[in-house]
Design a binder for this molecule. Structure first.
Ligand SMILES: C[S@@+](CC[C@H](N)C(=O)[O-])C[C@H]1O[C@@H](n2cnc3c(N)ncnc32)[C@H](O)[C@@H]1O
Length: 125
C-alpha cells in the first residue's frame, strides 16, 4: 500500500480486509505529516493523524492490546493523552534515547485496550 493516505476510509478498509478479521496485539505508528516549520500547526496535524489511528483501533486492536504513536508535543498533548486514558488502562509518554533532547518528538505508549468488539482471544487456541 505504497503512498496510501491512512486518513482515507478506503485505505483503512483495505487494511481491515487484509487482516481478515484477525485482531492485532499492537498498533504501532511512526506516522507524521511533513513538518511545515509552524510548530502549532504541525502539532495539530499530527494529533489529527493520531486521532484517525485511535478511531481505527476499535476495528483491529485486541482487547488488552497496545498502541504506540508518535507525537510532537503541543497544547493538545494533555487532551489527547486523556482521550487515550478513557480506552486504555495505562498511558505513558516515552522519549527514546534516539530522539533529540530539544525535539518536540515524543511517543505515547498505551497498554490495556478496552475493546468491546473483540473478546479475549486465547493464544493456545
Ligand atoms: C517519521 S516518518 C516515518 C518513517 C518510517 N518509520 C520509516 O522508517 O520509513 C513519517 C511517515 O509518516 C508518513 N505519513 C504521514 N502522513 C501519513 C498518512 N496520512 N498516511 C500514511 N502515512 C503517512 C509519511 O509518509 C512518512 O513516511
Amino acid at each position: 500500500m505504497k503512498h496510501a493516505d491512512f486518513t482515507q476510509k478506503h485505505v483503512k478498509d483495505k487494511i481491515i480486509q487484509l487482516l481478515q478479521g484477525k485482531p492485532v496485539d499492537v498498533l504501532l505508528s511512526d506516522m507524521a505529516p511533513n513538518a511545515s516549520g509552524h510548530a502549532v500547526m504541525d502539532h495539530h496535524r499530527i494529533v489529527e493523524l493520531n486521532t484517525h489511528l485511535l478511531d481505527f483501533a476499535v476495528h483491529v486492536l485486541k482487547e488488552e492490546g497496545t498502541l504506540v504513536c508518535k507525537l510532537w508535543s503541543g497544547d493538545q498533548t494533555r487532551h489527547f493523552i486523556t482521550t487515550l486514558e478513557t480506552v486504555f488502562d495505562y498511558v505513558k509518554i516515552v522519549k527514546p534515547d534516539a530522539s533529540r533532547v530539544h525535539s518536540a518528538e515524543l511517543f505515547l505508549l498505551a497498554k490495556g485496550y478496552k475493546n468491546p468488539k473483540f473478546e479475549q482471544v486465547d493464544d493456545n487456541e
